[in-house]
Design a binder for this molecule. Structure first.
Ligand code: SAM
Length: 294
């Protein structure tokens, strides 16, 4: 029988194609043994039974082929939540949590919220926690994503989120009103290089035409043609898309916010009657850097 110390040594070597093989080996062994890292660190001589050895080997092979850890373990810690994730949903990103905190800072008490492209449901869960009195509608075009999001909402007993199949705003009645609309839609340009790990996430959640903005353009057209009213609309996108976003929403008042590393941008779009607050948005140091998606 293999001991923890030996298993970790083999695993580090096997995962040497990754950035942090030692850390990854420990995380995967914790998963295989259903133990925490303290146990792994303090019991190097512990013998691993055959079943757990097989489980460890299986997850090591998956990881070596760049299957994201969150898909292997089926969980992602995001904000205060432990979210169920699978290959049908985007793994929630740290940047999206920053987006949610920007929303908290600017939108004290929305009563109606629409989350378009809900994926794992992360944004809706965050809003349900911070605005418990609000009524939340969450749309996605993937039935499997909606199922996962519903499970996540059930885990935290959020009954004020209604998950619904919709191609953007297609199922939204004409002239609906929402205090807050959040749309973290696919925004990756089709030819932008993406890492091997990101390529394991659903294309439906990533790509949006040659400049990455097809979904956002369609959303803007639907907002106009259906006369959907809102106080705030929040979008997430890449820094190099800032000027195009400005153009798409040229008839609206708009503010931009960067994430902590200026890699992802957020736009806050107000209905045209709104007066912009005085606070000037933080500006990135580098404009429009072209990057690949890690
Ligand atoms: C970038 S992911 C965001 C997921 C989640 N909101 C998050 O922040 O992690 C985009 C989501 O939009 C969904 N989507 C793609 N096209 C859509 C469409 N036409 N209408 C509604 N949802 C769509 C995808 O299935 C995916 O779940």
């Amino acid at each position: 029988m293999l001991r923890i110390k030996t298993a970790l040594r083999y695993a580090r070597r096997f995962l040497s194609n990754l950035d942090q093989p030692a850390l990854e080996a420990e995380i995967l062994l914790c998963y295989a043994l259903e133990r925490d890292r303290f146990f792994i660190k303090t019991n190097p001589a512990h013998k691993i039974n055959d079943l757990n050895t097989l489980k460890f080997l299986y997850v090591l092979v998956q990881r070596r082929f760049h299957i994201p850890v969150a898909y292997i373990t089926g969980h992602k810690a995001w904000s205060d939540f432990d979210l169920k994730v699978n290959k049908h949903v985007l793994i929630p990103r740290d940047e999206t949590e920053i987006l949610c905190h920007h929303i908290l800072d600017t939108q004290p008490s929305p009563t109606s919220i629409l989350d378009i492209g809900t994926g794992s449901g992360c944004i809706s869960l965050f809003m349900a926690k911070h605005f418990p009195a609000s009524k939340i509608t969450a749309f996605d075009i993937s039935h499997k994503a909606l199922k996962t999001a519903q499970k996540n909402a059930n885990t935290y007993n959020f009954s004020n989120i209604k998950f619904q199949y919709s191609d953007l705003l297609k199922t939204c009645p004409q002239e609906s009103h929402y205090d807050l609309i959040i749309a973290n839609l696919p925004y990756v340009p089709e030819k932008l290089p993406i890492s091997s790990e990101v390529s394991k996430e659903p294309s439906l959640a990533l790509f949006s035409g040659s400049d990455g903005l097809n979904h956002i353009r369609r959303l803007k057209d639907q907002l106009t043609s259906k006369k959907i009213a809102f106080q705030q609309l929040w979008l997430e996108f890449l820094p190099q898309q800032e000027s195009s976003i400005k153009k798409i929403f040229e008839n609206y008042k708009i503010q931009f916010f960067p994430d902590l590393e200026n890699k992802i941008f957020f736009a806050l779009i107000y209905s045209s009657s709104h007066t912009l607050p005085q606070r000037s948005p933080q500006k990135p140091q580098q404009e429009s850097q072209k990057s690949s998606l890690k």
